[in-house]
Ligand binder design. Structure first.
Ligand code: UD1
Ligand code: CA
Length: 457
């Protein structure tokens, strides 16, 4: 029995007070809807249908490359109306799983339990116990807590006694497609909001004698809805806790698990230490013994075993070998490959360059479009002048070369192996291996020269 997933994402999200459609707001660096799609995708459904409305084109654009079916709901006339729009030409033997675009922390395992009940022919409703159930639909059972579920009553339509119920409707449900189609067609908009409530199908199912199963969510956090920025921040906290919990479990030392942000996937070897206020983005892998000091931002990078990133570094991408030392205050831009035991010191920027084993670039330097060999020392304040205003050019530095401080290497240029470049040189022609090359004007002193003096006012 195949599963078709329907994701409701047509709402405007007024309470976000933003021009961005709600489901595009980022949670841990990815749009809310992407989290829901990831959970849905884990079930390997036949098809995922997304109901969009408000700002729909932007939502579609953001996910344009995905294999999704887009269903346009021009007017938001309620969750029941939205599902009805999405059920056109659905294979009758499918099971339909309804998810919300604004319930991002839902876990595949929970969804599997829900779908299993629907495969057994029941209408399966995902419920949770909330300490503060205000605003949610309440689960009504026959004959009290242990009885079967007979209806869901929306907060606005509930009596005071019903409002006292803490078992709530998460909104997520699964049902055999044919039964769901039949029931949503019978919905009426006779309620406080004049909307077609999907939740009214529970009472219909009971009337039809169809089994209704309440499936309990794994946690309250996974079914929390994001309706405003406070809930978005809260969802971020839950997600951080989930990720840091896994890292701690795996033996990673997080100096303060509350102060780390992981927007993407972070893989860690043994004995990794991460100090507070580090942001990881994209795919990052840290080898055994890596240390990342405070206030660094690392994205799409691999750091070899034993490498240390000192504080305040920005690594925008990089393939960094073992035992390297980076920063404090270094910037590694895309296209950088550092072999082992490379040192990049403070205020060093490196872009599209390869640096060989045991080489050092310790202070105030720009290296761009360069290939640097092994055991090279690049002096303080050295700059590769890689750009002529129109094109980028290469700088090549051979093994064991020593570049003095304050050197400008005007590319394209090659510095031979073992060459020494005198401090302050502007090198615009290739320098031969093994020799000292100096390119600066001779120092002169002018006898009797007087410094200008200020005329007193
Ligand atoms: C809904 C449930 C409520 C449940 C709560 C859980 C109904 C009637 N009520 O209430 O029982 O406790 O979710 O969070 O189902 N949407 C559309 N088209 C529409 C209306 C809504 O796509 O015409 C989408 C929204 O974008 C959102 C989801 O459906 O993703 C839920 O809609 P919302 O209006 O937020 O429902 P709630 O009032 O929160
Ligand atoms: Ca909601």
């Amino acid at each position: 029995m195949a599963t078709t997933v329907v994701i409701l994402a047509a709402g405007q999200g007024k309470r976000m007070r933003s021009s961005l459609p709600k489901v595009l707001h980022p949670l841990a660096g990815r749009p809310l809807l992407e989290h829901v799609l990831a959970a849905a995708g884990a079930l390997k459904p036949r098809e995922i249908r997304v109901v969009h409305g408000h700002g729909g084109e932007r939502v579609k654009e953001a996910f344009g490359s995905r294999a999704l079916t887009w269903v346009h709901q021009a007017e938001q006339r309620g969750t029941g109306h939205a599902v009805r729009q999405a059920l056109a030409r659905i294979p009758a033997r499918d099971v339909v799983l309804v998810l919300y675009g604004d319930v991002p922390l839902i876990q595949p395992e929970t969804l599997r339990r829900l779908v299993a009940r629907a495969r057994a022919g029941q209408l399966a409703v995902l419920t949770a116990e909330f300490a503060d159930p205000a605003g949610y639909g309440r689960i009504i059972r026959s004959g009290g807590k242990r009885g079967g579920i007979v209806a869901i009553v929306e907060d606005r339509d509930a009596t005071p006694a019903q409002r006292a119920i803490h078992e709530i409707n998460t909104g997520l449900l699964a049902c055999p497609a044919a039964a769901l189609s039949r029931m949503v067609r019978r919905l009426r908009a006779d309620n406080a909001q004049k909307e077609y409530y999907l939740t009214d199908i529970i009472a219909l199912a009971v009337r039809d004698g169809m089994g209704v199963a309440a499936v309990a969510a794994g946690s309250a956090a996974e079914v929390m809805g994001v309706n405003d920025k406070a809930q978005l921040a809260e969802a971020g906290r839950h997600l951080r806790q989930r990720i840091t919990g896994e890292l701690l479990q795996a033996g990673v030392t997080l100096i303060d698990p509350e102060r780390i942000d992981i927007h993407g996937s972070l893989r860690c070897g043994r004995d990794v230490t991460i100090y507070p206020n580090v942001l990881f983005e994209g795919d990052v892998s840290l080898g055994d013994g890596v240390v990342v000091e405070p206030f660094s931002r690392i994205r799409n990078a691999r750091l070899g075993a034993g490498t240390v990133v000192h504080s305040h570094c920005v690594i925008e991408a990089g393939d960094i070998g073992r035992d390297c030392e980076i920063g404090p205050y270094a910037r590694v831009r895309p296209g950088v490959v550092l072999a082992g035991d490379v040192k990049l010191g403070n205020f060093v920027e490196v872009k599209k360059s390869a640096i060989g084993l045991h080489s050092k670039v310790n202070h105030l330097t720009y290296i761009g479009d360069a290939t640097i060999g092994e055991r090279v020392n690049v002096g303080a304040g050295t700059i590769t002048c890689n750009y002529d205003g129109a094109n980028k050019h290469q700088t090549v530095i051979g093994d064991r070369a020593f570049i003095g401080s304050g050197v400008e290497l005007v590319a394209p240029v090659t510095i031979g192996a073992g060459a020494t470049i005198g401090a302050g040189s502007t090198i615009s022609k290739d320098a031969p291996p093994g020799e000292l090359t100096v390119a600066r004007s001779k120092q002169i002193s002018i006898p009797g020269w007087k410094r200008p003096v200020k005329t007193p006012k």
